[in-house]
Design a binder for this molecule. Sequence first.
Ligand SMILES: [Zn+2]
Length: 148
Amino acid sequence: MGVVVCEPQPSFISGYTALHFSKALANTILLMIIEELFLLYRKRPLEVRFWRKVTKTKSCWLWNGGTSEGYGMFMVEKHHYQLAHHVSWDLAFGLRPEYCKQFDVMHICDDRRCIRPSHLVLGSRGANVCDVFLKGRKRQFRRSSPFA
Ligand SMILES: [Zn+2]
């Protein structure tokens, strides 16, 4: 009778044991599922994605997504962000024609995070700047100004 020598079998993928392989496979599958869910989320209609980031209070509808200088920012498509209150305006009243793009979408409530359509008005850039100064949201004159 010969002697049976029990040698460790080489794993089917070099450097991996079966346990490692199954863990790696599980992680890969998990990542694929997460990626698929993310893509599904991204493909949701723009309105659905938009309104999920809004909290409605009694007065203002506040943006909960990312902000820049206090203004809500919304990713309309990959790598393309727009001001959330501009998107809100366009969703409520229709896309602004090119001519109207020279106007600002102004807040009558003065809350930069607000995207409630009834709190938004179109105004000229000059009117917006004037509004900001009149409401004291910016210093009217610089310290170095002779009028300060
Ligand atoms: Zn408001």
